[in-house]
Design a protein around this ligand. Sequence first.
Ligand code: HEC
Ligand code: HEC
Ligand code: HEC
Ligand code: HEC
Ligand code: HEC
Ligand code: HEC
Ligand code: HEC
Ligand code: HEC
Length: 437
Amino acid sequence: MRHRGQLKLTHGVGGCCYLALLISIALLLAGGCPSATDDTSGTSQAFNNTTDPTNDSAGYVGSVACSACHADVAAEHRVHGHSHVLKGIQGRAPEYAPEGTRAGVPNPPAGMAFSDVSYIIAGYLHGAVFVDEDGFVATDGVAGVNTLWNLDFPPNATRAGFAAFLPNQTSPIPYDYQTCFRCHTTGPRPQDANDPRSQDGRPGILGTWAEAAVQCEACHGPGSNHVSDPRAREIFVDSTPQTCGRCHSHGDDPNVIAAVYGFLANNTQYEQLLASGGHGGFNCTVCHNPHASITYDRDRGLRNDCTACHVDANMAFHDGIVFEFGDHVEALNCQSCHMPLAGLSTSFAPAALVGPEARIGDVRAHIFRIDTTNTDASAVFTPDGSAVQKDAQGRAALTVDFVCLRCHNQAGDVFPLTLPGARLIADGMHERAANAE
Ligand code: HEC
Ligand code: HEC
Ligand code: HEC
Ligand code: HEC
Ligand code: HEC
Ligand code: HEC
Ligand code: HEC
Ligand code: HEC
């Protein structure tokens, strides 16, 4: 099946017909500068249904049905975190795509056997939590042992093993539609007076779903009408960031980027992107192939790298540098500085290792802008630490403790920088690098 709507750009930001470029990116139409695109596959097709997510009141058929005809999309999706975020457990360890080299949950928490586990949430990218056989999310406070499984995450020196998860939560947490599973399942339904069912009859699961994890119909809507008449192409397709923001957002207000423990809260990519200044109007799909993993299938997962648009940008004195830290090896790229690990999913680097100033979480930021006027995270967050501050134009930015001190800290072999020193060097770095060339 053909790929549509892909936009590979060969011209730079600030080049010809700049406004047209921006508009074409935002609408995800091919075109832009007519003389300067190298991709002609996306010329004129439009998706037939971009407005009705119910697909005319269709029913769910499951992703296996879709893969019968869309084998290429299904093969990509199988490696994506979406397809692994909720695993039904049948008395033994869950299986993940072999491409997921860091993935896997070898054991349930102490005191539990796999036969006591109904579902595992995730275990593919950073960590996993467990749903017991009654459908409640296991927490330390109830079990009296650590219940969060961390995967290896070399960039912040985390080793696979159990870690603390809600030690003060002494009553079991239901696996609920609104607070959890609407973002981890396909065809989710809340429990209410009209439909009091629990998934599999497990009392802790407050509602039902059609298929575990984020599968085809989570984004395209139920497929029964399409499967019976595929040529009509009446299945829902939405490339706006709202379709992703439904799950990749933390609260109800997209203007607020939630923060926790001095990091960006997890699943806040949508709010971050809106506050990123230059990229604020982009669709997620400008950079992301919605079907392919950015972690384990980067070549297909990443549609347009930074330099597709920022053609003249230099590497700010870090061209050709390779950063090594324990088992982590990173050939520096634009993301190394502009998408630092400022988000927190399940782990961060301990101060005992990297010093009290370096801030290294486990999820890449989508803010892109670097603050060179302030030195540390106190300028990033509101005084109560619950959200990210923004400037008068509604833009967020990250300070050098997230950016430079991820590498230039007291751990490892790279020379350490102080915060004021890093800020001074960072200020105007690209310009100085350009002049030095
Ligand atoms: C019997 C074969 C078949 C099955 C099963 C099938 N599709 Fe399709 N699908 C097609 C064909 C044929 C097209 C049109 C392809 C084209 O013209 O490029 C299509 C197009 C699409 C499109 C693009 C719609 C548009 O407006 O262009 C999407 C999205 C899609 N399918 C998703 C799904 C999903 C999700 C499922 C499972 C619920 C599914 N398909 C099951 C055959 C199938
Ligand atoms: C609004 C949608 C939403 C809700 C509600 C939600 N999550 Fe998630 N969850 C996500 C997204 C998106 C990600 C991946 C992106 C990220 O981590 O930044 C994720 C990732 C995870 C991960 C995987 C961590 C990793 O990266 O390996 C776990 C575990 C998890 N969620 C548990 C929960 C639990 C438990 C609840 C309920 C208390 C919950 N989530 C509620 C959207 C949600
Ligand atoms: C996270 C949301 C999401 C999931 C999950 C998803 N899709 Fe898509 N899909 C999209 C979006 C957005 C587009 C719009 C075009 C684009 O940007 O690639 C799309 C486009 C398509 C198309 C038409 C263009 C193409 O790439 O061929 C098909 C067919 C399709 N999806 C099938 C599937 C199938 C089959 C699955 C499950 C194996 C699936 N999708 C899962 C979001 C999703
Ligand atoms: C129904 C909820 C939902 C929707 C809609 C959704 N996501 Fe996700 N997304 C998640 C969850 C949950 C995870 C965490 C997966 C895991 O830990 O296995 C995730 C993970 C990801 C990842 C990391 C996966 C990897 O393998 O590297 C990317 C990238 C991503 N989503 C992009 C998108 C984009 C782009 C869209 C819109 C086209 C989208 N998501 C729509 C829930 C969703
Ligand atoms: C599809 C084109 C495109 C891609 C891909 C892209 N950018 Fe941009 N970027 C823009 C445009 C357009 C602007 C706004 C104009 C400007 O500030 O130059 C911008 C602005 C920025 C800004 C300034 C933000 C501000 O408002 O101060 C930074 C920093 C940036 N981009 C970094 C990156 C990085 C890093 C990547 C790769 C992860 C990237 N960009 C990918 C087009 C793109
Ligand atoms: C070593 C860290 C580092 C690397 C690597 C890096 N940048 Fe930057 N970048 C910065 C800092 C610091 C600033 C803010 C100060 C400045 O403007 O020089 C910045 C500013 C920017 C800006 C906004 C200011 C402007 O010049 O308009 C853009 C756009 C940008 N970088 C793009 C990129 C791209 C694209 C790459 C990859 C080719 C890249 N950067 C690599 C550190 C870096
Ligand atoms: C300007 C390009 C760009 C845009 C726009 C963009 N992303 Fe990303 N995203 C990336 C890149 C590049 C990475 C991988 C960074 C790396 O690992 O080098 C990434 C990584 C991710 C991850 C994995 C983070 C992690 O560290 O586990 C998620 C989830 C994600 N993006 C979701 C989204 C969502 C949702 C949107 C829209 C709201 C979005 N992205 C918009 C470029 C972009
Ligand atoms: C991903 C890791 C990483 C990040 C992020 C990073 N650096 Fe570096 N930087 C390195 C490594 C590795 C070297 C080479 C060090 C060596 O040879 O000892 C280096 C070298 C340098 C040098 C010497 C360059 C030269 O030409 O000799 C300066 C100055 C520097 N970094 C400043 C910064 C500043 C300021 C930031 C933040 C804006 C930053 N770095 C971000 C890893 C990083």
